[in-house]
Ligand binder design. Sequence first.
Ligand code: DGL
Length: 284
Amino acid sequence: MNDQPVAVFDSGLGGLTVVRALQRQMPNESIVYFGDTARVPYGTKTCRTVLQFAEQDCNFLLRFDPKLIIAACNTASALAIDELAPHLPVPVLGVVRPGAAEAVRQARGRPIAVLATPATVSSEAYPRAIQAIAPHIAVTQQQCPSLVAMIEEGRGSEDPILRMLVAEYLEGIRGLSPGVILLGCTHYPLVADAIGALVPQARVVDSAQATAIAAQQMLAERDALSGACGRGTLRCYVSDNPQRFREIGGRFLGRPIRDVTWVTPEQFFQESLLGAPLGSDRCA
Ligand code: DGL
């Protein structure tokens, strides 16, 4: 048993959908969450920048002596985790591999369509992860750049403007008759109904739940699950605007958020975790 916290980071508040799944799956675990609300979105940034931000996010979270770090952000998982993991003193889990594995399981050989941010789509991380497991499955990707802002604005599956936008994004995909639509972005589970309604023959798979199960397995294998008997806590840290995080984040978490602390730049930026800058190879 191990009562050290599980650390989770995201570009902002979207990663709370992953926290929600983690809390459902492992109510004993205490979670420390960092949302980089000062620098969100990551999904339109370059690989080098996302890698640098992810490194700084992990560096900050290491101060809490976590037993596991989870990159809840799909963009950071896609662009940064493989590069960062060998340099970190604790195991790191991203959402891409668990999400890809669950999509393959549910697709049963039919095509998979991945919806994600522009940066995640360009990285090809989801097609690579899917084809590493199932080389013959056809994978198509669609970037949905405006969805994140609309969802944060409060537009849900019933909103007519959001439905029009989703219909436009899915236009090319619908003709391919996918068996699975994989939600490759933290925000999309909030509008899963609007997405599913447009492609009724497809199953809508969310990386968050699959990641929570993978995290539980990782901890169990290391005999590191907490023994806190349903008393897991959640502490949130953000790099800007804790008030907005509290107001909007509740929708992502599924309940009100209480414990949010603003981390000022002076507190956030300390010595680099890894010394030399990363990314020279992958992000050239
Ligand atoms: N959290 C990001 C992701 O899952 C979406 C928001 C952003 O672009 O930063 O890719």
